[in-house]
Ligand binder design. Structure first.
Ligand SMILES: [Zn+2]
Ligand SMILES: [Zn+2]
Length: 377
């Protein structure tokens, strides 16, 4: 019940000014101990909801799971045993460093507050972070730091739409989203390119809705190889706003094409597994535009082949070689929605983020999620 109220407050706060979202850090790693150090600003430490003390730069803490509770220590001594502790940032520029020590993880920098609690014998670190700062960090993790402003604005709208649409994804576990690709990659704060924050600020609140005013699915991928994939080609069913488009903007990039050779034994083994005995007639295959099936008769999708042979895309032809077959492919990723390399190039040659969004998504509208009715989420 408590968490239910928490999530509702996200929506309410959404109508005012800034919103906080809760992200589970190092989510699938099962970490039993963390160190946290304050890099910048002042934090108030709360233990089981009570204010304990204020700390500033260079303070270091050790958080260890002890059964269904956690032990908090500083450099010198034990501070206490708690169900939950929270480091509450006292301004919006606070930064802390977090590292899992059992097992060991990379050290990552986080903005805003971090809470620790034990649920179902699992120690969780939850970042309570301003929504727009989180979006900036995801953009950096998913799209890199070397693109230009209009690209980042387009990516911000997609990431924000996904975030709001998925806001209850982990509600049963007591947070909003995890920090892994299950939700969206989040590797700590955005720090490498100030244009990313500029882009989130310039598009604050903006999300994509379809012709029924429902929040869109907003997939993206690295490189479409010259043609994006309609949703139904890769997923189970089509979506009106995710059609296939020909993309002239990404085809000069190094990820636009790839090759992979597979042995005859592996290729024939795969075909036989799918019920094909006459493998001879499957040594040559030409694909000039994207489609769903490699063989509709044998119910083999191109996605089946991509996943089995770990190929970069489903957009490939096949030709025989001396020892097997050669996949000659285009693109990198599932191909649905926005092509990141194409979008970066569009931004480089002067298109706006709206041009980019409407190029890859059809019949969509931008709106401010803070003005949407709850059921539209
Ligand atoms: Zn997740
Ligand atoms: Zn493309």
């Amino acid at each position: 019940m408590r968490y239910f109220l928490l999530f509702i407050s996200f929506i309410w706060v959404g109508h005012v000014s800034s919103q906080t979202i809760q992200i589970s850090l190092f989510n699938s790693k099962n970490i039993n101990a963390y160190t946290l150090s304050i890099r910048q600003g002042r934090y108030i430490l709360e233990g089981d909801g009570e204010k304990l003390a204020e700390y500033k730069k260079n303070s270091i803490f050790f958080i260890n799971r002890r059964g269904n509770k956690l032990e908090l220590r500083d450099r010198n001594s034990q501070i206490g045993i708690f169900k939950e502790v929270k480091f509450v940032n006292q301004d919006e520029n606070c930064i802390s460093l977090l590292r899992g020590v059992n097992p060991t993880t990379k050290t990552r920098e986080y903005n805003d507050a971090i809470a620790f609690r034990v649920n179902d014998s699992k120690l969780r670190a939850i970042n309570h972070i301003d929504l727009e700062k989180y979006i900036a960090a995801v953009i950096e993790a998913e799209g890199g730091a070397s693109a230009t402003l209009e690209y980042y604005k387009a990516q911000a709208v997609l990431v924000r739409t996904y975030t709001i649409k998925s806001i209850y994804k982990h509600a049963e576990e007591g947070f909003n989203l995890c920090d892994e690709v299950h939700c969206q990659a989040y590797h700590g704060r955005s720090s490498l390119n100030p244009d990313i924050y500029k882009a989130t600020r310039a598009t604050a609140g903006e999300v994509l809705i379809d012709s029924d005013s429902i929040l869109c699915m907003t997939p993206f991928h690295s490189n479409c190889g010259g043609q994006t994939s309609a949703a139904g080609i890769y997923w189970q069913s089509d979506l009106s706003y995710l059609k296939s488009v020909f993309d002239p903007f990404c085809t000069d990039h190094k990820n636009a094409s790839w090759h992979k050779e597979v042995s005859l034994l592996d290729w024939e083994g795969f075909l036989q597994l799918k019920g094909i005995q006459d493998t001879e007639s499957f040594m040559n295959y030409r694909l000039s535009k994207r489609q769903k099936y490699f063989s509709e008769q044998y119910n083999i999708t191109l996605r089946n082949i991509r996943e089995h042979f770990r190929l970069r895309s489903t957009f490939f032809s096949i030709e025989p070689t001396e020892n097997g077959i050669l996949f000659k492919g285009k693109g990198y990723g599932h191909g649905i929605g926005m092509c990141q390399i194409g979008a970066m190039e569009m931004a480089n040659v002067g298109y706006t983020y709206l041009d980019i969004i409407h190029f890859y998504f059809q019949h969509v509208t931008l709106t401010d999620y803070r003005e949407m009715e709850l059921e539209r989420y």
